[in-house]
Structure formats: structure tokens, C-alpha cells
Design a protein around this ligand. Structure first.
Ligand SMILES: C[S@@+](CC[C@H](N)C(=O)[O-])C[C@H]1O[C@@H](n2cnc3c(N)ncnc32)[C@H](O)[C@@H]1O
Length: 282
């Protein structure tokens, strides 16, 4: 039984990391006229009112997007993300936080195609409502891992896959690795973004190791911590994104942007890293 609800966490530091990278990759794909495909295996609700009791209860967005939103000169990497988010907050005040599928939808052209899966019944209904009337985005109440397997390779032959589970279940880790293994057989040239939380450092390290053992030529690890992770302490000390087949500009942009994000979000105890786990060109 799924109980995770992203509404409690929307716009937190992990979302800022994840969505900054996602929008940067989408922006990179937009640089060619050819259409692209985006598959979001774990869609969430798509749009979050930050005045909703869920967001207000945890206030996580205040230590995430709220610390970035008003910045005068954010690094280039953040610009596609902040521009997409502005589409949901036209008066310049941060009222709404957009999730992965709606952010990419806001950036997409008529020729691009987006699919988002969401298994939780209520979250699915909310996603369906939030996606209603928005072109190109198809939402389904399916298991994201199975739906991804069925969708690949996309007819566009170029695109990005976001794998963003809540990791509520220990089984998620293996499911992520097996879904990637299957996906890479079908669509080896796609860009894959795999987000993971760092709550228990050992669990995160094990997942990263399993993904790095997949047959991928280029794998970039990007991490943002708001404090040092300590085994057994609980709570999310930070999170990471594994990027399979990253755009060639991503590494340098992240090296510039991550220290800036640390300064904005967690200047006292934060840290970040950019690491090649596999790099066939090195
Ligand atoms: C971290 S949230 C997704 C957030 C969203 N990707 C974003 O960035 O805005 C994870 C979501 O996955 C959903 N979920 C859990 N298991 C799933 C599965 N096997 N297939 C599809 N959705 C699933 C949960 O209900 C939850 O809404």
C-alpha cells in the first residue's frame, strides 16, 4: 500500500536538484528541431499549491525553492528550471510548485511527447486533473517500471527518462536497476535521470553501485547535501541524481551551479559533488 504523498515535500532541496537537472536536459533536447520524448515513471501530482496544508505542515519548500526563487543572478544551469516555474507563478510570487511532468510540459513544443505514470489512486487523479487541457502530456495509472518497458524505444529516438520513486519500499532499489537494465536494451542512447535520497548512506551507496555496474558508457553522479549524512540518524541529509548519457555541457554547468545552490540552501553544513562513475571518453 502506497502512502507517500509528494505534496509534503514539493519544492524541497531534493526537488530543486532533480528539477534543475531535468529542465536543463529538456532544454538541451529543445536545441534541435527534431521532437523528443520524455517518460516520467513516477509522476506525482504534477502541481502543488504551496499554501496547501501539506506543504505548510512541513514547510520544506521554504528551505528549498524559496531560497532560490528570488535570487538575482542564478547560474545558467538553473535558468530553464526557473523559467518553467515562472509559467505557474506569472505574478512573480511563488504560489505553486510544478512537478516533473508539468515542468517539462511547460517547456515542450507541439512536436514533443510526454508520458507520466502514477500508481497511487488519489495522486493519479490529481495528476490527471492538473494535466487536463495541457497538450502533449499523457498520464496513466500504471506501474512506471512496466510502462517504461512497454514505451521504449520511443519513435522519436531521442529523449529523457526520469525515474523518481519515493523509495518507500526496499524493493524499489532492485526495481529501479532492473527497469534501467531493460530500458537500456531498448533505448541505449536515451538520457536517464535516476534520483535517489540519502537517508541511510549505505542504502544509497548500494543503489549507486548497482546502477554503475549496468552497461553504460557515461554515468555522471550529482549530489547535493544540506548536512552530513550520518547512519541511523534518519531524515534526508541530501540527494543525488545519476545521469546516464548526460548532455556534454551538464558536467561544467553543475560544477558552477552546485556550489551556488549550497550557498543558497545550506550555507552552514551543505556540500555537493560532481563525479564521473563511468566515462568511456576519459
Ligand atoms: C517522488 S514522487 C514523484 C515526484 C515527481 N516525479 C516530481 O518530480 O514531481 C513518487 C511518486 O511515485 C508514485 N509511485 C510509487 N510507486 C509507483 C510505481 N510503481 N509506478 C508509478 N508510480 C509510483 C508515488 O505515489 C509518488 O506519487
Amino acid at each position: 500500500m502506497l502512502s507517500y504523498q509528494h505534496g509534503f515535500h514539493a519544492g524541497n532541496h531534493a526537488d530543486v536538484l532533480k528539477h534543475t537537472i531535468l529542465c536543463f536536459v529538456a532544454d538541451y533536447l529543445l536545441q534541435k528541431d527534431k521532437p523528443f520524448y520524455c517518460h516520467d515513471t513516477h509522476g506525482g501530482r504534477g502541481l502543488y499549491n504551496l499554501q496547501h496544508p501539506m506543504a505548510q505542515k512541513t514547510g520544506e519548500y521554504r528551505d528549498g525553492i524559496a531560497r532560490v526563487w528570488g535570487a538575482t543572478q542564478p547560474p545558467a544551469l538553473l535558468q530553464p528550471y526557473l523559467a518553467a516555474l515562472r509559467a505557474f507563478n506569472a505574478d512573480g510570487t511563488l504560489h505553486y510548485y510544478a512537478g516533473s511532468s508539468l515542468l517539462v510540459q511547460a517547456m515542450a513544443r507541439p512536436q514533443d511527447r510526454l508520458v507520466a505514470n502514477e500508481l497511487h489512486p488519489q495522486e493519479y487523479l490529481a495528476l490527471r486533473d492538473n494535466a487536463a487541457g495541457r497538450r502533449n502530456l499523457r498520464v496513466t495509472k500504471e506501474d512506471g517500471y512496466a510502462a517504461l518497458k512497454a514505451a521504449l524505444p520511443p519513435k522519436e529516438r531521442r529523449g529523457v527518462v526520469l525515474v523518481d520513486p519515493s523509495y518507500e519500499l526496499a524493493a524499489d532499489d532492485v526495481a529501479v536497476v532492473e527497469a534501467l537494465r531493460e530500458a537500456l536494451k531498448r533505448f541505449a542512447t536515451g538520457t536517464y535521470l535516476v534520483w535517489y535520497p540519502v537517508v541511510e548512506p549505505q542504502r544509497a551507496q548500494k543503489l549507486v553501485k548497482m546502477i554503475a555496474a549496468l552497461p553504460v558508457q557515461k554515468l555522471l553522479q550529482l549530489e547535493l547535501y544540506v548536512r552530513e549524512p550520518v547512519a541511523g540518524e534518519g531524515g534526508m541529509a541530501g540527494s543525488g541524481m545519476l545521469v546516464i548519457n548526460p548532455p556534454w555541457t551538464l558536467e561544467d554547468r553543475m560544477r558552477e551551479a552546485l556550489p551556488w545552490l549550497v550557498q543558497q540552501i545550506a550555507p552552514e553544513c551543505g556540500s555537493s559533488s560532481v563525479t564521473w562513475l563511468n566515462n568511456a571518453d576519459a
